[in-house]
Design a protein around this ligand. Structure first.
Ligand code: TRP
Length: 477
């Protein structure tokens, strides 16, 4: 018989209300993932079909996993490692589950290491746009400005350091203080400028071309890799699969509805990504840029729009400033779990814990800095050779690409899968029901999704690069 769970309190206090949680979780979800990563991954994966799979993954897999994370967090009221351990022991399961927490935190750590570098690019662009560098510019110049920044290791380190310092400063004050108010005003600001960019995109003459690219699916372009990458993108943009949302759930007041809050967060997150895509792709086609030009896509397209529009320098500066802000509110959610762990488990002072984690993340981030600058040309391939069959895990990838691949496409989905298994099987049904407080029918749907549909979905998608999709396509052709 499972022990009745005691009413726990988090060591770090609670959000002042349900809205504070929604704002913080939206702050975590909406970030560089939506505006920088989504468009370039869509561009590399061929458009419409990818977007469709991504949206389905957000709604059908992401949402239930997110609800599970918040539920576990609120039940455990601690960092992911200890939450897993405490809940597992309470349910009479093995404490080995804490290793899932360790994996989650490790994933966040690696993500933050490169997230901070890209955050640094965004910071640099605030100043470049404010200085009028892009006024009346052309595609060539914008490209070379980007190249000059990213190949200069020294500058990149400076911007990466500045971004990390800002993140560390915020987290050391505790994530609740100040975050709530800031997100309330600045997020809608970012959204407004995105809408302004969409308006600009309608004047390029390539608006419908962009829309077609984004929304008309060509399933022929769907490969096992792009399926996996769409699911990874969904996990990344929702901030799930590494305990960030679990951590924020630990600060959620008892009476708040988990379903309502998570639906709101997921829908805002999906909308921001789609709107960013609608703003960017018409510009890509109007200026004859390559949709598949990689991680620099946003930095090589939006400055063109700002260069042409009325008061572009001002609007552009504001845009990059708000994007920095959105990136910081995401970065703090990546840093909070390891910090909370050091404080709760090892009794560190918050400041010391933040400095230690911040420094370690910064150090790993140098790898990403170098892979754009002094390590250009160094690429790695990892292939498994089974005699007759050879499976290439990744091929000719830089350090940054490898970390990005490992975190977004392997570790996030894997942790997400294990989180659903933990919530669906290790925690008993009644305890789940009490914590999530859903209407009977909705609860059943969610619980079945958690136990069967989500784990199987993630598992199948993770296997598709091993030829499953080709096999299925073969069956029907
Ligand atoms: N979701 C954020 C973005 O879209 C990034 C992020 C924050 C994240 N916390 C996370 C990604 C946790 C994965 C896991 O920019």
């Amino acid at each position: 018989m499972p022990i009745e769970s005691p009413e726990r309190k988090s060591l770090h206090g609670q959000w002042t209300s349900k809205f504070a949680f929604i704002l913080a979780a939206t702050g975590s979800a909406v970030g560089l993932g939506n505006i920088w990563r989504f468009p370039y991954v869509v561009g590399e994966s061929g458009g419409g079909a990818f977007v469709l799979v991504y949206a389905l993954c957000v709604l059908l897999l992401g949402l239930p996993v997110m609800m599970a994370e918040v539920m576990l967090g609120r039940k455990g009221r601690r960092n992911p490692i200890q939450t897993m351990e405490v809940l597992a022991l309470e349910e009479g399961r093995t404490r080995l589950w804490r290793w899932l927490g360790v994996m989650c935190i490790g994933t966040g750590f690696l993500i933050l290491s490169y997230y901070s570098v890209i955050g640094g690019w965004t910071l640099a662009y605030v100043f470049r746009t404010a200085g009028g560098l892009f006024t009346g510019t052309d595609a060539e110049t914008v490209k070379s400005v980007f190249k000059m920044l990213t190949t200069d290791a020294e500058r990149l380190i400076a911007w990466h350091t500045l971004f990390m310092v800002i993140t560390v400063a915020v987290v050391s004050r505790g994530v609740q203080a100040g975050l709530e108010k800031a997100v309330r005003y600045l997020m809608p600001g970012l959204f407004l400028i995105l809408l302004l960019l969409v308006l600009y995109a309608t004047t390029t003459g390539y608006f419908t071309v962009g829309l077609e690219f984004l929304f008309v699916p060509d399933f022929g372009k769907l490969t096992g890799d792009s399926l996996l990458s769409a699911m990874g993108m969904a996990f990344f943009s929702l901030s799930i699969g590494m305990g960030a949302i679990m951590m924020y759930g630990a600060y959620l007041p008892k009476e708040s509805s988990i379903m309502q809050t998570t639906v709101l967060v997921a829908v805002s997150d999906l909308s921001v990504a789609l709107i960013a895509g609608i703003a960017i792709f018409p510009i890509v086609f109007a200026y004859g840029l390559e949709p598949s030009s990689g991680a620099g896509l946003v930095f090589q397209t939006l400055p063109l729009a700002f260069g042409k529009m009325h008061m572009g320098a001002l609007i552009g500066t504001l845009f990059f400033l708000l994007l920095v802000f959105a990136a910081v509110t995401s970065a703090i959610s990546l840093l909070e779990p390891p910090v909370a762990w050091l404080v709760e488990k090892w009794r560190f002072q918050r400041q010391q814990a933040v400095l230690l984690c911040g420094f370690a993340v910064w150090l790993v981030g140098l790898g990403t800095v170098f892979s754009f600058s002094i390590w250009v040309g160094y690429e790695w391939t990892l292939a498994l050779d089974f005699g007759k069959v050879k499976y290439v895990l990744f091929e000719d990838k830089s350090f940054f690409d490898i970390i990005d691949f490992l975190t977004a496409q392997v570790m996030l989905p894997l942790c997400g899968l294990l989180i659903t298994v933990f919530a669906g099987y290790a925690i008993n049904r009644e305890a789940c029901k009490r914590e999530i407080a859903l209407h009977e029918i909705l609860f059943r749907v969610w619980h079945i999704t958690l136990r069967y549909i989500a784990p199987m979905g993630v598992f199948v998608v993770m296997l598709t690069p091993f030829g499953l999709l080709e096999f299925i396509k073969g069956l029907f052709s």
